[in-house]
Design a protein around this ligand. Structure first.
Ligand SMILES: [Zn+2]
Length: 238
């Protein structure tokens, strides 16, 4: 009986697949069986950094002398002209939050192999501007964080770190003053919730690290907090 039910379910899924075929977000081939977002080939060929296995890796160096972090890693290299370049664009601008969730899960499976990432208490996404959230309907970093939290033993926390809305006087400041001000853009809501915790701060892409640095500095003001960073992609400025 159970076997029959499974067979019917598989048939139904295959039928639905014919009606609503899903495509690989990188190469546009039809997805088959259990594949989600990426086909098996694209998932296999994804240019992963494996920086989670390398303390003192090149992306940790970006933050040296700026903010004290435990570990920094990215899932894959964001390369010019690669078929994976569209992934972040689709996640941010084409209403495909499932890309963040699925890639977050694959990323977490890699992170899980290192002890330190199993010691994370809270996963906190970089908060989005209210206006952008309204336009986009979701925070892409939160989707990645959600995928990570499904696999890692840590808890997703979307309430503790918030982005303050700009006041008129702040937007009138010149660029240097605004740079100086970056950490005041973010605020910790209830410090007692994150006190003593190891936090994994999550964003979609790491470039200069300015926003992540601002968030980390804000979190580190709370007693005994440790911060690590994980982003889906890493792109160098060159
Ligand atoms: Zn593919």
């Amino acid at each position: 009986m159970a076997r029959l039910a499974t067979q019917i379910k598989t048939l139904a899924n295959n039928f639905l697949g014919l009606l609503y075929p899903e495509f690989c977000a990188a190469c546009n081939q039809n997805l088959v069986n259990q594949e989600k977002v990426l086909c098996t080939k694209c998932l296999y060929e994804l240019p992963r950094t494996y920086f989670h296995k390398v303390p003192g890796n090149p992306i940790e160096e970006i933050f040296w002398g700026r903010v004290l972090l435990e570990r920094v890693t990215s899932f894959y290299f964001f390369q010019q002209g690669s078929k994976y370049r569209k992934l972040i664009h689709k996640l941010k601008y084409q209403n495909q939050p499932e890309i963040g969730i699925e890639l977050g899960k694959h990323f977490a499976a890699d992170l899980k192999t290192e002890a330190i990432f199993n010691e994370i208490d809270l996963i906190i996404p970089v908060p989005l501007h209210k206006k952008k959230l309204k336009m986009r309907g979701y925070n892409q970093s939160e989707m990645i964080a959600q995928g990570l939290a499904e696999i890692l033993p840590a808890k997703l926390d979307t309430k503790s770190l918030i982005r303050k809305t700009f006041t008129q006087t702040q937007t009138k400041k010149n660029r240097y003053e605004r740079w100086e001000n970056i950490e005041t853009v973010f605020e910790v809501k209830k410090p007692e919730i994150i006190e003593g915790k190891h936090i994994l701060l999550v964003d979609d892409v790491l470039t200069t690290g300015a926003t992540l640095e601002g968030c980390a500095q804000c979190l580190l003001k709370v007693k005994n907090v440790k911060v690590s960073i994980a982003t889906l992609a890493f792109t160098s400025l060159q």
